[in-house]
Design a protein around this ligand. Structure first.
Ligand code: SAM
Ligand code: DTB
Ligand code: SF4
Length: 334
């Protein structure tokens, strides 16, 4: 593949490049002059999307804290002292009230997250009721509940779940330095179950965990070479939480975050690329560059799961300033 784009013709060639991206190829994208990379990403973006439409998903933590896993980034792991308490699961009524509020604010998708290694059957029964109720409000539904066992994805699909979020988080070779209580292959196995059950896949990763640029390229390749690649790709910048092992990691240059978004857009042209965690600490100019680089989705609402996110009013003002408009529900397309 030609990796030295200097003309629009070259850009078109990249847009139809085969899906079998290699780490060398994506590393070469990362190494492009910034303007060339963003131009390429924006060109690909415009071939598939309204460049000024951004989808908005609201998150809720339906079960907070006390998780047995050891993910080095996560404030909800029981073993780290982060000040996040282990709370009981929310009721269906609490979840529906939050979903209604998110809908009233303009969100089209509602994502329910739980601090589990994976759901137990009685937990899943309650999540099924939540999904049914949120769908009843006319919103798209997403859940992130950890690893799924045989048969569980089918139950979620039957309940009407549109998306299952399960991040592969980082490059395969770096994964063992961040999480030891499961392997990345375990994550891939759950993603296969989600696909086989006929749900849309939401899978992405976290950058700013001390990985190399090549590892960021390898993360993108791991996502882009899934067959098919995920419909939704959240790109998170590590939110450093005191008490987690990754607290104190050197901050990623935010222009490198923008590059990661651009590489996701170029390699997964039809995916919704979500500018995810870390947005609260991002200046508006960086967020604007992320949209220019092909991000077309955000988490919307004052809170992510346990950490902060820009206030709704601030995001509405940003949309107005940038001339962005809300993307309506995807009708299952992305
Ligand atoms: N327990 C389930 C799991 O791990 O799949 C679902 C909830 S978990 C909190 C969802 C995702 O949030 C993780 O896979 C990770 O990508 C992201 N995440 C968690 N803590 C984060 C942090 N401090 N900064 C950025 N992303 C984070
Ligand atoms: C995703 O990729 N990022 C969201 C969502 N999927 C579940 C979670 C971000 C969590 C940030 C830390 C917290 O708020 O606890
Ligand atoms: Fe548990 Fe998920 Fe946090 Fe890992 S990321 S500790 S699995 S809640």
């Amino acid at each position: 593949m030609d990796t030295a784009p200097t003309s629009p013709q070259t850009v078109i060639a990249v847009a139809v490049a085969p899906a079998r991206w290699t780490v060398d190829q994506v590393a070469a994208l990362f190494d492009l002059p910034f303007n060339d990379l963003i131009y390429r990403a924006q060109t690909v973006h415009r071939e598939h999307f309204d460049a000024n439409a951004v989808q908005r998903s609201t998150l809720i933590s339906i079960k907070t804290g006390g998780c047995p896993e050891d993910c080095g980034y996560c404030p909800q792991a029981a073993r780290y002292h982060t000040g996040v308490d282990n709370e009981a699961m929310l009721s269906v009524d609490q979840v529906v009230a939050a979903a209604q509020c998110a809908k009233d604010n303009g969100a089209t998708r509602f994502c329910m997250g739980a601090a589990w290694r994976g759901p137990k059957q009685r937990d899943l029964d309650k999540v099924v009721d939540m999904i049914t109720a949120v769908r009843g409000l006319g919103m798209e539904t997403c859940a992130t509940l950890g690893m799924l066992k045989d048969g569980q994805a089918e139950q979620l699909k039957t309940a009407g779940l549109d998306y299952y979020n399960h991040n592969i988080d980082t490059a395969p070779e770096f994964y063992g330095e961040i999480v030891t209580t499961r392997t990345q292959q375990d994550r891939m196995d759950t993603l296969s179950r989600v696909r086989d059950a006929g749900m849309h896949v939401c899978s992405g990763g976290i950058v700013g965990m001390g990985e190399t640029r090549r590892a960021r390229a390898a993360l993108i390749v791991q996502l882009a070479t899934m067959n098919p690649y995920p419909e939704s790709v959240p790109i998170n910048n590590l939110v450093q939480v005191e008490g987690t092992p990754l607290h104190g990691t050197e901050q990623l240059d935010l222009l490198e975050f923008v590059r990661t978004v651009a590489c996701a857009r170029i390699t997964m042209p039809k995916a919704m690329v979500r500018l995810s965690a870390g947005r609260q600490a991002m200046p508006e100019g960086i967020q604007a560059l992320c949209f220019l680089a092909g991000a077309n989705s955000i988490f919307y609402g004052d809170k992510l799961l346990t950490t902060g996110n820009p206030e709704v009013a601030r995001d509405q003002a940003l949309f107005a300033k940038l001339g962005l408009h809300a993307m309506q529900a995807m009708d299952g397309k992305a």
